[in-house]
Design a protein around this ligand. Structure first.
Ligand code: ATP
Ligand code: MG
Length: 395
C-alpha cells in the first residue's frame, strides 16, 4: 500500500488552451512548497497524485498553494480482489467520525467483474455490518468514499479538504502591490496572488517621520504574503520624505493627500516598468476615506497609464478584517506604528478634487527630479517565508 495525496484543480482544468502551462506552473509551485519533504508527483487524469509518507504535513503545506481546488487523502493498493477492497475501505474509515456515508465506485478497468453499483453496494453492506450506528446517505453523506478500480491497482480516498482555489501563482504575470502597514493592502495582495498574479511590493517610507518599526511591520506582512507568492516577496522601499515635505511646503492643505497619492502612483508605475509588472495593486475601497471617493480615485489614477487593480474596492471594512484574520496578517497590521499617509492627514482633505488643479499644483514643485531620485535611491528587500534567508540590495 502507498500513501497518496490527491490534488484536484477545479477552475484550472477549464483553461483548455494553456492547461499544460498552468499545470507545469502548479507543479513548480508545489515542488517549491514541498522542499525538504520526501515525495513523488505524478499527473493522473485531471489531477496530481503526490506519493509521500508525510501526508499530514504535505496536506498542510498544500493549503498554502493557489490553483488547488481540493486535497484528498488517499491509499493506493496493488491487491484488487473485492474482499481486499472491502477490508481496506473498512480500515480507512473505521476511525473517522461520521454518521452517514456513501461508497462511490469508479472503474477504469471495465473488465473488473460486476458493475460499479453492485460493487459499491457490496462494499457498503460490509461497512454497515462492521461499524455500528451508521447509515447510508447517497445525497449528502458525511463522508463519500471513492473507490477507483484501475488496471493494476485500486485507489481509495475518503475525506477531502478544500484547497485555496484561484490560479497557480505566476500564471497571470506580475503586479506591484502598494503595501502599507495597514489592514487593507496585504489582503488586496493576497487576493491578487489568488488570481495567479505574482507580486512584488512597494513601500513608501518617510524617515524620520515614520518609525523603523513601521518598515518592520511591512516586512512581516510581506513574509506572510511570501507563503502564497512562491516563497518570496521583494519589497521596493522608496524614501518618500523629500516628496512629502515639498508637498507639505508648497501645496494647499486640502490637496496634500491627492498629490501625495498621485506621486505614489507615478513612482509605482515607473517601478512596474522596470520589473515587467503589468498592473499596480492597492488596498483602496470605495468611500473608505476622502482619497477613495470615486472622484478622488479618478483624479489620482489620472497620474498613470498603468492599470490599477483594487481587489477590495467593493468590500466592507468588516469583510476585509475577517479575511485578514484568516490569512494571518491582522495581528501584524494592528501594531500601532503609523505610515506616511497617516501622519500628515489634513483635517479636511478634498473629496471631490479637480484634475486641472492637480495639474497646476504639480508645476509648483520639480516632481520629475524628486520622483527620479526616489526611484533611484530605493532599496530592495528580499523577504522569504523563512526568516533566516532575507537579504537586501542597495541600488
Ligand atoms: P491600509 O489599511 O492598507 O493602510 P488604508 O485604509 O490605510 O489602507 P490609505 O492609507 O488611504 O488606506 O491607502 C490606500 C492604499 O494605498 C493602501 O491600501 C495601500 O495599498 C496604499 N498605500 C498607502 N500608504 C502606503 C505606503 N506608505 N506605502 C505603500 N502603499 C501605501
Ligand atoms: Mg494605510
Amino acid at each position: 500500500m502507498k500513501r497518496v495525496v490527491i490534488i484536484k484543480y477545479g477552475e484550472l482544468s477549464t483553461k483548455s488552451d494553456n492547461i499544460n502551462f498552468f499545470l507545469k506552473t502548479l507543479k513548480n509551485n508545489v515542488d517549491k512548497k514541498l522542499e525538504g519533504f520526501n515525495y513523488e508527483i505524478k499527473y493522473d487524469h485531471g489531477r496530481m497524485l503526490i506519493f509521500t509518507e508525510d501526508v499530514l504535513q504535505v496536506k498542510n503545506k498544500l493549503q498554502e498553494v493557489f490553483g488547488i481546488h481540493e486535497i484528498c487523502d488517499g491509499y493506493l493498493y496493488e491487491e484488487r480482489s473485492l474482499e481486499s477492497i472491502k477490508t481496506n475501505v473498512l480500515n480507512i474509515i473505521k476511525d473517522l467520525e461520521f454518521n452517514t456515508f456513501k461508497i462511490t465506485v469508479k472503474r477504469s478497468d471495465k473488465n473488473y467483474m460486476g458493475t460499479s453499483i453492485t460493487i459499491a453496494t457490496d462494499i457498503g453492506a460490509y461497512v454497515l455490518k462492521n461499524i455500528p450506528n451508521i447509515k447510508v446517505d447517497v445525497t449528502s453523506p458525511d463522508i463519500n468514499v471513492i473507490v477507483e478500480i484501475r488496471l493494476n491497482e485500486v485507489l481509495i480516498y475518503a475525506k477531502g479538504i478544500p484547497g485555496l482555489g484561484g490560479y497557480p501563482v505566476s500564471t497571470l504575470g506580475k503586479g506591484l502591490l502598494m503595501l502599507s502597514g495597514g489592514i487593507d493592502s496585504p489582503v488586496a495582495g493576497y487576493l491578487a496572488i489568488k488570481r495567479g498574479v505574482k507580486i512584488e511590493a512597494v513601500y513608501f517610507d518617510s524617515p524620520p517621520h515614520t518609525s523603523p518599526m513601521a518598515l518592520k511591520k511591512v516586512e512581516d506582512l510581506a513574509r506572510v504574503l511570501a507563503k502564497y507568492n512562491g516563497g518570496e516577496v521583494k519589497i521596493h522601499v522608496v524614501c518618500f520624505t523629500k516628496i512629502q515635505e515639498e508637498i507639505i511646503k508648497n501645496i494647499p492643505k486640502n490637496y496634500l493627500i491627492t498629490m501625495m497619492r498621485r506621486m505614489m502612483y507615478r513612482i509605482s508605475a515607473l517601478i512596474c516598468g522596470s520589473i515587467n509588472a503589468h498592473a499596480i495593486i492597492n488596498g483602496e475601497s470605495i468611500g473608505q476615506v476622502a482619497s477613495q471617493t470615486l472622484k478622488s480615485m479618478q483624479v489620482i489614477n489620472e497620474a498613470v497609464k498603468m492599470p490599477v487593480l483594487r481587489p477590495l474596492c467593493t468590500y466592507d471594512k468588516l469583510e476585509i478584517i475577517e479575511l485578514s484574520k484568516k490569512i494571518g496578517t491582522y495581528d501584524i497590521s494592528i501594531r500601532p506604528y503609523e505610515d506616511c499617509c497617516t501622519i500628515f492627514v489634513p483635517e479636511h482633505p478634498v473629496i471631490n478634487p479637480d484634475v486641472n488643479l492637480a495639474h497646476e499644483y504639480e508645476t509648483l514643485v520639480d516632481f520629475d527630479s524628486l520622483v527620479y531620485e526616489a526611484i533611484k535611491g530605493r532599496t530592495i528587500l528580499h523577504i522569504k517565508d523563512h526568516k533566516e534567508n532575507n537579504f537586501s540590495d542597495l541600488l
